[in-house]
Design a protein around this ligand. Structure first.
Ligand code: SF4
Length: 420
């Protein structure tokens, strides 16, 4: 484990493996209750046990999200769940609710506790308060500027974690009622419908059905559509500020997203650790972050306005499509790939792997697992391909988008960001 922890999300077992392979020191994931990502596959208690064995075998850590705010009628279930989890060697629980914190301390007093960003910790006094309550680490609110983080570091002994990358809410993280009010789906239950991303219009009370556009431009108005956070340009300052953990948002993101973003921050952190004075942000790293599905990036949460709200549209953009995962290699230059998007023999694709390994090649016709010839790889199909470049299990194939503008709709997720 490096001095600075790189903490990546894992929505399922495949993404956990990708996060570990591509450079995370620790991974956060949800169980099947109280974890604020209802639509994610999440981990059963048995899955979590396997995940812990896998991560600990590689010297890495796993934190479990228990960061919902609970109603009284849910507390008994929480206690049962905590009892079930207690025998496992989970490295820490991420909580938001003081009630959940108190029950963890009562049921499982040795367990390390991290305070979620949902708790909106913005000052050193709050950090010290939580430290007295048995919290070992706080994920600071994204509302903070770098100077605020430095000041907190100077005045508190609390272990500090900050988000470096990923989607943001215009509201205080999942503590937002917009989705509940408009759809009945609660952000606090991990089921946000993201109404802050919708295109709004004006309707006069006596003219139902006549929507008057509120136009900032011809596309409409997306007053509450937050940009995505990307603190790569500020990484040296952040690392020097004394925070212990840098967290990537995205338990609902794809395996490709988790791998591609994690490896960029791994490379950047390692470069800074090796030579802080000589650190230079490699343009390749920033370019790689444009290749995954994202909204326009910002380095700010505050002040609100153009810096953080993208009012032109709420679409995701990316320059590359994720095509396949390499599941095995046979020592004869062939790779067993499992499709995610359709691609064909004759196309130029790129294989990417940990430590910024990436190389293009032209796809040749392959054969399926029954030995039948195959020149088109469909989603979920498993095909043996001859690959004329270095390739390892866990590598990913991608293809540059051919329509040039890098725009893609629906390439992201449909859950509230920021939990954890
Ligand atoms: S993503 Fe959900 S929780 Fe976040 S601001 Fe939008 S509606 Fe609110």
């Amino acid at each position: 484990m490096s001095v600075i922890e790189l903490l990546a999300p894992a929505g399922d077992k495949d993404k956990l493996a990708a996060a570990l392979d591509y450079g995370a020191d620790a991974v956060y994931l949800g169980g099947q209750q109280f974890g604020l990502r209802a639509p994610a596959a999440n981990f059963s208690v048995a899955d979590l046990k396997q995940a812990l064995d896998c991560a600990h075998g590689r010297g890495k850590k796993i934190y479990l999200t228990l960061n919902a705010y609970l109603h009284e009628h849910e507390m008994a279930s929480l206690e049962n769940y905590l009892e079930e989890l207690k025998p496992l060697s989970t490295d820490g629980y991420i909580v938001s609710d003081a009630g959940v914190l108190s029950r963890v301390r009562a049921v499982d007093p040795q367990r390390e506790i991290h305070l979620s960003t949902q708790a909106n910790t913005l000052n050193a006094a709050a950090c010290e308060f939580w430290r007295r309550q048995g919290v070992q680490r706080v994920n600071l609110g994204r509302e903070l500027a770098l100077d605020d983080i430095r000041a907190i570091r100077a005045r508190s002994a609390m272990e500090l974690e900050v988000f470096v990358h990923g989607a943001m809410c215009v509201a205080y993280s999942g503590r937002c009622l917009l989705s509940t009010a408009l759809t009945g789906r609660s952000a606090n239950a991990g089921a946000c419908a993201q109404p802050c991303r919708w295109n709004y219009a004006l309707v006069e009370e006596t003219r139902p059905g006549q929507a008057f556009p509120i136009e900032e431009d011809s596309r409409g108005s997306y007053l509450m559509n937050s940009r995505d956070l990307c603190l790569l340009p500020l990484l040296p300052d952040l690392l020097a500020s004394g925070v212990q953990s840098l967290k990537i948002e995205g338990r609902m993101k794809t395996l490709y997203y988790v791998a591609a973003v994690t490896r960029v921050y791994r490379a950047a952190i390692d470069a800074w650790l090796a030579d802080p004075a000589g650190y230079v942000c490699d343009p390749l790293w920033r370019a790689e972050l444009d290749k995954v599905s994202h909204r326009p990036y910002t380095t700010d949460f505050l002040p609100a306005g153009d810096a953080t709200v993208h009012s032109a549209d709420s679409r995701y953009r990316r320059t590359h499509d994720f095509l396949a995962v390499v599941r095995a290699v046979d020592g004869a230059g062939r790779a067993l790939v499992e499709g995610r998007n359709r691609f064909h023999a004759g196309e130029t694709v790129e294989v990417i792997g940990p430590q910024m390994r990436q190389q293009e090649f032209v796809v040749a016709a392959g054969e399926d697992e029954q030995g039948e010839p195959c020149s088109c790889i469909q989603p979920n199909a498993r095909v043996w391909l001859s690959v004329p470049v270095t390739v390892q299990p866990g590598d990913l194939l991608r293809r540059e988008k051919d329509h040039g503008d890098g725009w893609a709709v629906g390439g992201g997720t449909n859950a509230a960001p920021a939990a954890g």
